[in-house]
Ligand binder design. Structure first.
Ligand code: GDP
Length: 349
């Protein structure tokens, strides 16, 4: 029909554009989220966060937490395609002399980028001296136990249907359930996933989050070192120096991965790391270089996947591919390798 003819014409017109032009069009039409949509999503997240704070103050005043807050790509203009998720950060207060971080690389698990948190001084401060002793497993503070406790005592005991009807949202537990959190439907067609992320702020700026290792059988007690804030700050600072297009390039790649199921295993963190490594080399990051840099990023990712390793730009010992299976590495590598000769295929309008 007529619609199909129009579609065909649009497609033909698009084919005549250069990659640079197509990327810009994709960015405008699909990648960047309208300000109004972001504001609505942030509003819904903030309403829920406020409810949690009230509940915690009233019902669990003994739980040693700092004030909960919201975080994630929605808050630093790095979310793409739809405003559909954010993290609810839950900072635990730990007694200074009772806990010490042990680097994962020094343990039998040999896991750089992950940490154990050991309970210390048991002879002077016996088990039970700290609220968080109830989450200690085998001498270490277990992120899994913290998540479970939180789920049971907080998320599980709030009356979400009632709160939802007051706020005029539909609120349900998120599926799949292991991504502890909620799904908030705040308009007929708009849903927001909120994930709880317990967090430990330790000395020397070490930030650990309870985001389990993907291979939990061996790694249940490991906390994940969070480099998100540092890497985002680094990207922004670099972009400011030369009016560059790094964040735009990152968002384009993130959108391509979000829209293609074969690439959904690649995270914003991995993409950002590959991009930061590129930034060390020579290269013009001005707006006009977008297509060239985008292709360069794809090539770099293919290279890292071939090597089976992606060092974190800020902490090179951390391998950001360490949680992927060899099959996943192969599939990602194959998909991106094919895209090198046809990068337009990654732009799903
Ligand atoms: P995006 O969510 O894919 O757009 O990208 P983000 O860079 O916002 O990544 C969010 C993911 O990083 C979540 O799955 C978190 O579990 C994880 N993460 C690790 N450390 C942090 C942190 O300090 N803050 C937040 N918000 N997320 C973190």
């Amino acid at each position: 029909g007529r619609g199909a003819a129009v579609q065909e014409e649009l497609l033909r017109a698009r084919r005549r554009l250069s990659l640079q032009e197509q990327l810009c069009q994709f960015y405008r039409q699909r990648v960047s989220i309208p300000e109004e949509e972001q504001a609505r999503a942030r509003r819904a997240a903030l309403d829920i966060c406020a409810e949690f704070r009230l509940f915690l103050r009233a019902k669990l005043p003994d739980m040693p937490l700092r004030e909960m807050y919201l975080s994630g790509s929605l808050y630093d203009d790095l979310q793409v395609v739809t405003a559909d998720h954010a993290q609810l950060m839950v900072p635990l207060v730990l007694e200074k002399n009772l806990w010490s971080p042990v680097p994962g690389e020094d343990t039998i698990m040999k896991a750089p980028g992950f940490w154990l948190v050991r309970r210390e001084n048991l002879e002077y401060f016996p088990r039970g001296s700290s609220y968080w002793d109830r989450c200690v497993v085998g001498g270490y503070l277990s992120p899994q136990a913290v998540l479970e406790l939180f789920h049971r005592q907080v998320a599980g005991s709030m009356n979400w249907p009632a709160i939802g009807s007051v706020l005029d949202y539909v609120i349900r537990p998120a599926v799949p359930c292991e991504r502890l959190g909620l799904e908030v439907q705040y308009e007929a067609e708009r849903r927001l996933r909120l994930a709880f992320l317990p967090l430990l702020a330790l000395e020397d700026g070490l930030l650990l989050v309870a985001s389990p290792h993907r291979r939990p059988e061996r790694h249940q007690s490991l906390w994940r070192q969070s480099v998100r804030a540092e890497r985002t700050a680094r990207l922004r600072a670099l972009d400011r120096e030369d009016g560059g297009c790094r964040c735009r390039c990152l968002k384009l790649a993130a959108a391509a991965c979000k829209l293609d199921p074969a690439l959904s295993r690649l995270s914003a963190g991995q993409l950002a790391a590959a991009l930061l490594l590129l930034c060390r080399g020579p290269g013009d990051w001005g707006r006009d270089a977008l297509a060239e840099r985008f292709l360069q990023l794809l090539r770099a990712l293919v290279g890292h996947l071939e090597a089976g390793r992606l060092p974190c730009a800020l902490y090179p010992k951390i391998d950001l591919f360490c949680e992927l299976t060899p099959e996943e590495v192969d599939e990602l590598g194959y998909t991106l390798y094919c895209a090198l000769s046809n990068p337009e295929s990654l732009l799903r309008f």
